[in-house]
Design a binder for this molecule. Structure first.
Ligand code: GLN
Length: 206
């Protein structure tokens, strides 16, 4: 089972390393052909506008959108959450719309340039998860099909799941706690999307 990590910009190396520690091959994805044979994809933190431009420029947006529409598992962290949201403020291109949430980029304001806190995540089990926030998006609307996996004090949702799409406003790839990576591995392992189908989708959309 191979889980790709979108490697256009941002914290992709940290995701690759986390999957390596779990023993899961995680090739870097830069071109449409890199999507072939993958069972899931992670979109890292970084600068969502830059990643958005590069998705268009490298011809990845269309094949990825189609794969997502068939249930291909994806996980976005921070900037990745913005790219997976149905709608985000202040984006240059459409988002991938994998999850029925609306987000506001940099919505916490300057006081949350960087912030760490412990959050309860019942789906992970075990102790609270140390969440690292770096200029995160704020989730402003959550659709009826979306599960809320975690909230911060005050009630703002910071982790969501819809089908086999996962998004976190924080950065599990920047901590040593592998539980979110493991959670995504379990989603991918259980997903209906098989590698052969994914491959044919990627190939027919280039
Ligand atoms: N503020 C960034 C954006 O809007 C996201 C920051 C991050 O991924 N840590 O794209």
């Amino acid at each position: 089972m191979r889980i790709g990590v979108l490697a256009l910009q941002g914290s992709f190396a940290e995701h690759v390393e986390a999957f390596r520690r779990l023993g899961v091959p995680a090739p870097e994805v830069r071109l449409p052909e890199d999507l072939e044979g993958l069972r899931g994809l992670v979109i890292p933190g970084g600068e969502s506008t830059t990643i958005s431009h590069l998705l268009m420029e490298y011809g990845l947006f269309d094949p990825l959108s189609r794969m997502i529409a068939t249930g291909f598992p994806v996980w976005g962290t921070c900037a990745g959450m913005i790219l997976l949201a149905r709608h985000s403020t202040a984006m240059p291109h459409p988002t991938l719309a994998a999850i029925d949430i609306a987000v506001e980029r940099n919505g916490w304001g300057r006081q949350v340039d960087s912030y760490e806190t412990e959050i309860g995540v019942p789906a992970l089990g075990g102790p609270p998860f140390r969440a690292v926030f770096i200029r995160p998006p704020v989730v402003t609307d959550v659709g009826p099909e979306v599960s809320r996996l975690a909230q911060v004090d005050g009630g703002t949702v910071v982790a969501v799941r819809q089908g086999d799409a996962l998004a976190t406003a924080f950065h599990p790839e920047l901590t040593a706690d592998l539980r979110f990576h493991n959670y995504f591995v379990q989603i991918v392992a259980a997903a209906r999307t098989d590698a052969a189908r994914t491959e044919s989708i990627a190939l027919t959309t280039s």
